[in-house]
Write a protein that binds this ligand. Sequence first.
Ligand code: AMP
Length: 232
Amino acid sequence: MFGSSSGNPVDEIDRTYPMQRRIGTVCVFGGAMLGSDPDHARSARILGQSIAAAGIRLVYGGGRDGLMGQVAVAAAETGGTVIAITPQFLVERMNMLAAGCQVITVPDMSIRKQLMFAYADAFIALPGGIGTVEELTEVMTLRKLERHCKPLVFANFNDFWSPLLGVFDAMAEAGFMSGPARCTHLVSASPEAILPLLQRGVAFEQTETPKPVLLPTIPVLRRSHVPTAGIG
Ligand code: AMP
């Protein structure tokens, strides 16, 4: 169900549905490595070009490496606006984009993710590894908890995400996902179809009451309250 395009809730919308909001910024997650399927890099570049050609700003994790680098280089070369949000420790390790990219350096991975989430109107998950999975599942969890209503598209190139989408189906069948939790994402098999799907997703979300994105306040623990047992 999640793995097929017919599982997308926006497929129910009439194609002439008026666009109520445009995507200004899209956040792309994706592997810091290229992976073994050369089609993925090709598709990532097509996506980067189409993001730039549509005048949409790209926010991503930074660097030239991997699929995330492919999408960013292609967007920058097509004249798009690219923003890399990256923690200091990765700047020192990474091959950064040379030109056409604004770099925002942050203290750690968690602030980076909060900034990426706050900037983005929509999310795309390219094929990737555990880092990509961590990012996309957080978007889905926050969506399920109604902290935002921004669409997420799985770029299911060559069925890369189908096993994970199958796990979501298994979770639903086992009673761990219901109603709104099953509508936290969209799926596209081709790079060309992603932006139209996201745009329809944004229009679709506008039919729901938008919820503000709330960043959690972190309680300041007094020294006597800091748990020490069980560590080290
Ligand atoms: P992975 O899928 O495990 O390769 O991790 C890639 C995702 O995690 C990207 O979407 C990035 O936001 C983040 N990430 C992991 N490793 C790096 C890295 N070396 N440089 C920049 N971002 C990274």
